[in-house]
Design a binder for this molecule. Structure first.
Ligand code: HEM
Ligand code: NAG
Ligand code: NAG
Length: 334
C-alpha cells in the first residue's frame, strides 16, 4: 500500500513536470512574436505564398508538407532546409524526402523578402515554414476552396545541424499499417485523432507512381477494383517506367474539402497508409474518418488545432540555435 502510494506520487510528480515542460515549450512561442520587431513579417510571407500558389496551385500542398517533414525530425527547427555540403549530409536526400519534397525555392524567396521587409535577419526559417504552411491553407480558403485559417505560434529558432538518419527513422512511411502510424504519431506526442485529422492534408497534392504502384497492382490489397484500374491506366507496372507520374490523393487536389475522407470510406485511398485509417472494421480510426467526411467545418477547426500542436514540437527558443541568414546554410558555413 505504502509502496504503491510512493510509486503513484513519483509518477504524479513526473507527469506534472512533464506537462510543465510541454507547457513551457508551447508558452515560449507566441502569436505576436514579430509584432514589435518586424510587423511587416507576416504580410510579406503571405504575399509570396499567394504569388507562388497563383503561379502553381500545387505549391500550397508542397509548402504544407515541408513544415510536417521539418517538425517530425528533431522538432520544428528548419533542419529540413539545410543543403548538403562537402562535409555535411542533411535531410533533403533522406528516403522520404529525396526527389519528393518541393518548395525550397519559394522558401528562399520568402526569406529574401522578409530580410528586406524587416531591414535585417529577424525571422527564422522555422517560423517561415510554419507560417507558409498556414498561409497555404489561408490562400485555399481565400479562393473559397475550403479550409479555415488558424493562428500560428511564433518564436522558433533555426537548428545548426540536421540528421539524415533521423529523417529516415522518424517520418512515417506509406507502407505503414495503422499500429505503426499510431505509434509514430504517439512518439511525437500526437494522438490517433491528430493522425487522422492531419492526414487530411492529403486532401491537397499528389503522390508518385513509384510510391503507390505496389498497392494498385496487389491483388490482395483492399483497394476498390475500379479505382485500382483507373490508377493502373496512369501508373504502369514497374518494368514500364513512369515512376514520377503523379496521381492526386483525391479528385480535387487543390480544394481543402472532405473528399479525401470520402475516398477512404470507398476504399479509394491512394497510399496503403491512407487506407489504413479506414479499414471498415468500425474501429476508432474508421469513426474519425467518417466524422470528418461528414463534418467539414469540424475537419477545418481540428486541422488548425492539430497543426498548432505539430508546430510546437521541440522548438528551439531563447538563445538556442540561431536565426539563419540563408535558410540553406548555417550562418558561419564556409
Ligand atoms: C500519416 C502519415 C503520412 C504518410 C505515410 C505520408 C506520406 C506521403 C507520401 C508518400 C506522399 C507522396 C510523396 C511522393 O510521391 O513523392 C505524401 C504527400 C503529401 N503529404 Fe503526406 N504523409 C503522411 C502525413 C502527412 C501529414 C501529417 C501532412 C501535413 C500535415 C502531409 C502532407 C502531405 C502533402 C500536402 C502531400 C502532397 C505534396 C505535394 O503534392 O507536393 N502528409 N505524403
Ligand atoms: C537521391 O536521388 C538522386 C537522384 O535520383 C540519386 O542519384 C541519389 O542516389 C539519391 N540519394 C539517396 C541518398 O538515396
Ligand atoms: C499486398 O497486400 C497485402 C494485403 O494488404 C499485403 O499483406 C502484402 O504485403 C501486399 N504485397 C505487396 C507486394 O505489397
Amino acid at each position: 500500500m505504502a509502496r504503491s502510494r510512493k510509486v503513484l506520487s513519483c509518477c504524479f510528480i513526473q507527469i506534472t513536470a512533464f506537462s510543465y515542460l510541454i507547457f513551457m515549450a508551447i508558452s515560449q512561442l507566441s502569436p505576436d512574436f514579430y509584432g514589435d520587431i518586424c510587423p511587416q513579417a507576416l504580410p510579406t510571407i503571405r504575399l509570396v505564398v499567394y504569388a507562388a500558389i497563383v503561379k502553381e496551385p500545387r505549391m500550397g500542398a508542397s509548402l504544407l508538407r515541408l513544415h510536417f517533414h521539418d517538425c517530425f525530425v528533431n522538432g520544428c527547427d528548419a533542419s529540413v532546409l539545410l543543403d548538403d555540403t562537402e562535409s555535411f549530409t542533411g535531410e533533403k536526400t533522406a528516403g522520404p524526402n529525396n526527389n519528393s519534397l518541393r518548395g525550397f525555392d519559394v522558401i528562399d524567396e520568402i526569406k529574401a523578402a522578409v530580410n528586406l521587409a524587416c531591414f535585417g535577419n529577424i525571422v527564422s526559417c522555422a517560423d517561415i515554414l510554419a507560417v507558409a504552411a498556414r498561409d497555404s491553407i489561408v490562400a485555399v480558403s481565400f479562393l473559397q476552396l475550403g479550409g479555415a485559417p488558424y493562428e500560428v505560434l511564433l518564436g522558433r529558432r533555426d537548428a545548426r545541424t540536421a540528421s539524415q538518419a533521423a529523417a529516415n527513422n522518424d517520418l512515417p512511411a506509406p507502407f505503414f499499417d495503422l499500429p505503426a502510424l499510431i505509434s509514430n504519431f504517439d512518439s511525437h506526442g500526437l494522438s490517433l485523432q491528430d493522425l487522422v485529422v492531419l492526414s487530411g492534408a492529403h486532401t491537397l497534392g499528389f503522390a508518385r507512381c513509384l510510391i503507390f504502384r505496389s498497392r494498385i497492382y496487389n491483388e490482395t490489397s483492399t483497394i476498390d477494383p475500379t479505382f485500382a484500374r483507373y490508377l493502373q491506366a496512369q501508373c504502369p507496372p514497374s518494368n514500364g517506367g513512369g515512376d514520377d507520374i503523379l496521381a492526386s490523393f483525391d479528385d480535387s487536389p487543390a480544394r481543402f474539402d472532405a473528399n479525401y475522407f470520402d475516398a477512404l470510406r470507398q476504399s479509394r485511398g491512394v497510399l496503403h497508409s491512407d487506407q489504413q485509417l479506414f479499414s471498415g472494421d468500425g474501429g476508432e480510426a474508421d469513426s474519425l474518418v467518417s466524422y470528418y467526411s461528414e463534418k467539414r467545418e469540424a475537419f477545418w477547426q481540428d486541422f488548425g488545432a492539430a497543426m498548432v500542436k505539430m508546430g510546437s514540437l521541440s522548438p528551439l527558443t531563447g538563445s538556442d540555435g540561431e536565426i539563419r541568414e540563408n535558410c540553406r546554410y548555417v550562418n558561419d558555413a564556409n
